[in-house]
Design a protein around this ligand. Sequence first.
Ligand code: AMP
Ligand code: MG
Length: 294
Amino acid sequence: MTSDDKVARAAELIRAGRLVAFPTETVYGLGANALDPDAVARIFAAKGRPRTSPLIVHVDSIEMARTLASHWSDAAELLARRYWPGPLTLVVPKRPLVPDIVTAGLPTVGLRMPAHPLALELIRAAGVPIAAPSANRFTELSPTAAAHIPEALADYTLDGGAARVGIESTVLSLVEAPELLRPGVISITELEALIGPITQAAEPVEGAHASPGMHVRHYRPATPLFLDTVRREGRGIVLRMGQEMPADPRSFAAALYETLHRLDAQSLDWIAIEPPPDTPEWAGILDRLRRAAG
Ligand code: AMP
Ligand code: MG
């Protein structure tokens, strides 16, 4: 099958209410028709994801985003024009056509236009927005390659090579005053330069999360992970910045999950990663590392 045939097949399955794993620039997504509550229910069942965790809805254009938002502010327009397609999710008030199961009952919806040609072709061919969390089981490591996706998770998988960005999108709420819900490779500093001051959501704590979906146990490899450079008993590896791991944040993010997937397959007793600096450019990575280390 040609790439076009594969996208056409995947789009047909989306329209039929099935699940399609597809590449985005952040991580691979497990997608369903965002307007079909039964299809979206299959995502939660396949992942073992609690229904309290809202899904990001993927769109192919600002125009499609506007059909799902009941209010599209000037800030939303400015940010979407600057960063879409790209790793930025905007949380905005939703229209009634977005089913409650997608948003975990919230009156708001997280929207993103992904920067991957296959993802955009898939949304266009399906003709509907696609709700998609990462294509992994709940709390496990996100996939940055088709080979990382657990078997039988999706009805069909589109392979688009390695994810370029490598960690999940920055999530920004524009529902009230702008609030950063999840850091990513687009930093708070960059966003503030465009729209002014942004508050940061409180650190998630076990049991009570500031925003649904901000579970502490997330992004976790099977091997115990430590955020230091200490060697321990048994078989393990220390990953240092500028040595085993890249020294710049974009390259580090692109390598992170791929490295953890590879090391997980080696059944090590431990993995230690040198903590990167606590600066805005590293915030997304530090967030994932802290959750992965627990
Ligand atoms: P993921 O599991 O990587 O797909 O993460 C989805 C992220 O988007 C989580 O951090 C959610 O909290 C956030 N999110 C999605 N929709 C909403 C929403 N309506 N309100 C607040 N956060 C949202
Ligand atoms: Mg996820």
